[in-house]
Design a protein around this ligand. Structure first.
Ligand code: BYC
Ligand code: FE
Ligand code: FE
Length: 471
């Protein structure tokens, strides 16, 4: 399962044996490169970055670390190994052999899922393109670019599926991936959270912590797919997602750590004047990023999701580990509903509640992250704890879309909400303050004032390592 980098498009899918597909992808490749140059990381082409590159998809040693000139980076197509014995594990086709081709009757639904997934990948690169110019350290700059090139490859993974299995409309969808842009008023990205601005590095760490975590849950559900090429693509993508979430979680931990140090040193919680980010500002960023990510799971009750499940296209998180009949025709699941402004839980058909179930899995995982962050303060002897806002806070999709909830779950009217908005989410002044701290630090081993150094370097390298070389 090794990957051949002498090919124009490195791959482990036997591209040379499929000339038609190879030609189609080689036609798309220059458009992709153009897009990367125009909307990928600003002024990064000449940099040499200590990157991890996939050399094999085996569990042992798929990654190789080396300095790579950004413009020489090679995106390719890598799928997890085939399992000849793989079956469909849920829905009405449960027990049948997994599909190696697109089932004709589900073509439209499958294409829609792949397009929605694919669209988020270049969107995130666009959202993060300016961050390299204000990196808090070389270590962080390297992590940013690692995330960016891998999100680029995730787009390749979905474009491969579209071009290999969907013929002409697949090729059109592949082109459209490079035509929609994050925040473009005329041609926005499909999901709203991917049209928001990633204003600064605090936002970037919140993004990789919360938004890439949506990626983890969605990819895990798609890796259960009865359409085997999709399942195998997503399995390999998931191996990279872990690092993206690590960047976010450890990034925020380091910000908190630094704030604690400044608080203890100066005996005050007013750390702004010492170049730190105060807890209130961090909590506001957290409230914003988490709430927009809850929207990414769709409506609480969704016939789309029920259909995807029954058709065998998209499963639940860790589907095969769940102890039930995997058809869900007679099962119920609790979903939130609003009654006279109060949130109540009601039984709904489990099939229709697939989105909500995945959101609940995500909420549990997000809460675990909060607990880990709060340990940083406990260790520093500081009495403060971050919390996840209530699930009704700042929502635009589903039952909460037209309601107004405070972070602690109180239903309020529109005027109260508007008046409180900037107590709960970053105001222009908060953004301006954080922006005022964003100065590039590019001396090996040095850190910006507002963030502590990481516990260890990348791939056992020391902190002073030249993770990025400027030539
Ligand atoms: N924004 O029936 P519903 C990642 C629409 S992140 C705007 O509940 P469904 C990454 C919906 O389209 C993972 N519109 O929808 C992370 C529908 O429209 P129509 C990305 C939204 O289909 C960081 C209507 O509302 N992958 O990889 O059940 C960096 C009714 O809703 C939104 C996926 O999302 C929204 N948030 O659920 C880089 C997996 N939500 O039909 C990468 C693939 C809903 O009325 N996608 N709508 O016109 C899916 O599985 C589903 O499309 C969704 C939506 C779960 C997203
Ligand atoms: Fe991704
Ligand atoms: Fe990611």
């Amino acid at each position: 399962m090794s990957i051949d980098y002498s090919e124009k498009i490195p791959n482990n899918v036997g591209l040379t044996e499929n000339r038609r597909l190879q030609r189609a992808l080689e036609k798309w490749q220059p458009a992709y490169i153009n897009w990367w140059r125009e909307l990928g990381p600003i002024e990064s082409n000449e940099l040499e970055v200590y990157l991890r590159t996939a050399i094999s998809v085996d569990t042992k040693g798929w990654a190789h670390f080396d300095h790579v000139r950004m413009q020489d980076y090679r995106w390719g197509i890598f799928l997890a190994p085939v399992d000849d014995e793989r079956y469909i594990n849920f829905g009405r086709h449960k027990g049948e052999a997994a599909w190696q081709d697109v089932p004709g009757e589900y073509r439209a639904e499958l294409r829609r899922l792949i397009v929605t997934q694919g669209d988020t990948e270049p969107a995130s690169v666009e959202q993060q393109r300016h961050l390299g110019q204000t990196c808090p350290s070389l270590y962080d700059l390297r992590n940013l670019f690692q995330v960016n090139v891998e999100e680029g490859r995730h787009l390749w993974a979905m474009v491969y599926l579209l071009q290999a299995y969907f013929g002409r409309d697949g090729r059109e969808e592949a082109d459209a991936m490079l035509e929609r842009h994050s925040g473009d008023p005329d041609k926005p990205r499909i999901l709203q959270a991917f049209n928001e601005k990633t204003t600064d590095w605090l936002a970037f760490f919140m993004f990789t912590h919360f938004q890439d975590r949506d990626g983890k849950y969605q990819l895990a559900s798609l890796s259960e797919s009865g359409f085997d090429p999709l399942a195998r693509s997503c399995k390999f993508m998931l191996t990279e997602e872990a690092h993206h979430m690590f960047v976010g979680e450890s990034g925020i931990s380091r910000v908190i750590q630094r704030t604690c140090e400044l608080m203890n040193e100066h005996k005050t919680d007013d750390v702004q004047k010492f170049g730190g980010i105060d807890f209130q500002t961090i909590q506001k960023y957290l409230n914003f990023h988490y709430s927009i990510c809850l929207d990414l799971f769709g409506q609480e009750l969704s016939t789309n999701a029920a259909n995807f499940y029954t058709m065998g296209l998209k499963g639940r998180f860790l589907e095969t580990k769940i102890d039930d009949d995997h058809a869900l025709a007679n099962d119920a699941y609790k979903v939130p509903e609003l009654r006279d402004g109060d949130v109540v839980e009601v039984d709904a058909p489990a099939l229709n509640a697939i989105n909500e179930r995945l959101r609940q899995d995500y909420i549990v995982d997000s809460q675990r992250g909060i607990v880990r962050w709060n340990r940083v303060m406990t260790k520093a002897g500081i009495d403060f704890a971050f919390t996840l806002p209530h699930m009704g806070f700042n929502r635009r999709i589903g039952v909460f879309a037209d309601a107004h909830f405070t972070p602690d779950g109180k239903a309020v009217d529109a005027a109260t909400w508007e008046a409180g908005r900037h107590k709960w989410m970053p105001s222009d002044e908060d953004f301006a303050f954080v922006a005022s701290l964003m100065h590039p630090v590019t001396e090996p081993g040095k850190m910006a004032s507002w963030i502590a150094p990481p516990a260890r370097g990348i791939n056992n390298q020391p902190l002073e390592f030249d993770y990025v070389r400027f030539n």
